[in-house]
Unconditional design. Sequence first.
Length: 290
Amino acid sequence: MAGINEVKYIIGESTRMLKRGKLSGLISIIIMGFSLLVLLIFLLITLNVSMVIDRGMEEIYVYVYLQDGLDKEPVEIIRNRLLDIEGVKGVVFVSKEEALKKFRDQLGESAEILDELSSNPLPDALRVQMKPELTKSSFMKKIAQTAMEWKGVEDARYGKKWVERGEKLIKGFYMTGLALGLIVFLSVIFVISNTVRLSILSRQKSVEIMKLVGATNSYIQVPFIIEGGVQGIISSGLAMLLLWIVFSFAQRYLPGIVFFQIEGVVGFIVLCALLGAAGSFIAVRKFLKR
């Protein structure tokens, strides 16, 4: 019975605290919401840049050039051997005619210089696509070196300089993003914890009265923790709403950008609820120790 009464008290006190602190609670939610919006904008930019990088990596191939006059059977054998390599996603045959046509399209207005050719100098090739997680210079080099040892293969290339340069740029982006993300995250935590602390200080008299009438620390802490969790949920919802407005506006000028999936939205709201509750717990605990 005592346990039920405690639960009723905690729920009732949490509700009363939310009602009494409407103005201060609203201010806290607005401050936390805009702080979280900064973090969300950074995360959304990182998500979209990462997707662009992933799409770009999917367009990187290893080209295995075949010897002239090779019959269909040995070509198919080489193709199957490439497909047997773990990490290879697909292999497509590119005829010399198709390669010349593509080269002509790339030249555009300058394509007329190809009309002077008496024959097609380009070889037939096999275009090898790797799985995204294995589109790395080390793996592509391994495929190229392996293929060049096979009968019927003239050469194998993968744009070594461009791939290695791209890997350095991507690594630099992720390292910079991680550092900036950590700074933004710590800044948000700092703002939230101070907002919660100010909210508790505004109710200093209420806490002191509760202590005088014999309320335990748990009795005092739990309503504040619940309030912090609720504020975390509302402020994260506000931040998501504002982000959606920014995203909808940005879509007009940046078509193709994506928003967070529902799992990410729910996960972020849960995380903010925990942050709000943890911030309240730390702040009220420090206050009670004084």
